[in-house]
Design a protein around this ligand. Structure first.
Ligand code: AHM
Ligand code: MG
Length: 336
């Protein structure tokens, strides 16, 4: 039997070989991974654990919170606030940042997360996940504010997601490629099951919510129309479509076998750049996808270069196989 590499061993060896994972970052990643295990247990219990349904509250974006959204948020906060590795946290489910209380030491990092992505899939037993992004705290003063979080995605120290599907899988980057771990439910440990993952540059599969197509900008319509035209159309090949409705699951598929994931701007709310959130959905996914040789834009510019102006900022997202992302982006830059 080949030797199994645990998450801890992987992180220790990465630090030894490349110096990319200092002690606080290692602790942070291990704590997040441990929290994901707890979330996975809650997700698996489903109706038996009384975790399905709504919590009876709305989040800052006006979305109805599910019980599991709230539980996952609490698990991540409780797990992370006392270790001394963080200065503050931000979440899709919290209006403002959560500063590490004074009774605990403050660390060098800031953590952002979407505790349970794909909320609409929770009650119907379809894959959902946790997305996280890690930033360095700039400056050494103890005080910290929302402004400290407003760093472009290219400054992320680490990013990852955990998908709660048929398998529980953690995908991670610290800026030197991707590593994929599968949860061994019998031993409770994360086992390295893939690394050096590369997203193929070309693909014949796209993921987008096509029910919104009539509201998109012309360049986006053009791209999808051309895909739909298939072999006899301008692309001269047939395309397949997949849409799970959980970004984590859709991105996990394209990281595994290629594809392009799109959540476009839509004219119903012209001032809103998109549905997905820049800082804890688009940025971490863009970092992961680029680390696997893919590309990520807001249909015009590289996502990781965008300067955030607020914590819960929204953004259009086009990410995945490089040549498709470049094509969509070129259509938008040309404006037609
Ligand atoms: P959430 O974070 O509240 O779950 O919302 C984000 C989700 C993404 O996971 C997914 O790609 C998208 O919303 C699905 O949107 P739609 O309902 O338009 O299919
Ligand atoms: Mg989400």
């Amino acid at each position: 039997m080949s030797k199994r590499i645990s998450l801890t061993q992987y992180l220790v060896e990465q630090q030894r070989e490349h110096g990319t994972i200092p002690a606080q970052l290692r602790l942070l990643i291990e704590v997040v991974a441990r929290a994901c295990k707890r979330i996975a247990i809650a997700v698996n219990k489903g109706a038996l654990g009384d975790v399905l349904g709504t919590a009876g509250t709305d989040n800052v974006q006006g979305e109805v919170q599910k019980k599991l959204d709230v539980i996952s948020n609490e698990v991540l906060i409780e797990a992370n606030e006392w270790g001394g590795h963080l200065a503050a946290m931000a979440s899709e489910e919290m209006d403002s940042i959560h500063v590490v209380p004074n009774r605990y030491p403050q660390g060098e990092y800031m953590l952002l997360f979407d505790p349970l992505d794909g909320s609409s899939n929770i009650d119907v037993n379809i894959s959902i996940g946790t997305i996280f992004s890690v930033l360095r705290k700039i400056g050494h003063a103890r005080g910290i504010s929302e402004e400290d979080f407003l760093q472009p995605g290219k400054q992320q120290a680490a990013a990852g997601y955990c998908v709660y599907g048929p398998q529980t899988t953690l995908v991670l980057t610290v800026g030197s490629g991707l590593a994929m771990f599968t949860l061994d439910r019998e031993t409770g440990s994360w086992v390295l099951t893939d690394s050096d993952i590369r997203i193929p540059e070309d693909t014949q599969e796209f993921a987008v919510n096509m029910s919104n197509m009539r509201h998109w900008a012309p360049p986006m319509k053009r791209y999808i129309d051309e895909c739909l035209a298939g072999k006899t159309g301008p692309r001269a090949k047939d395309f397949n479509m997949r849409w799970v409705g959980s970004m984590v699951a859709d991105v996990h598929r394209l990281i595994t076998r290629g594809g392009v994931f799109i959540y476009p701007w839509d004219q119903r709310e012209p001032e809103k750049p998109g549905k997905l959130r820049l800082m804890y959905e688009a940025n971490p996914m863009a970092f992961l996808v680029e680390q696997a040789g893919g590309a990520a834009t807001n249909a015009k510019e590289r996502i990781l270069d965008l300067q955030p102006t607020k914590l819960h900022e929204r953004v259009s997202v086009v990410l995945g196989s490089k040549n498709e992302v470049e094509r969509v982006t070129a259509y938008h830059r040309e404006g037609g």
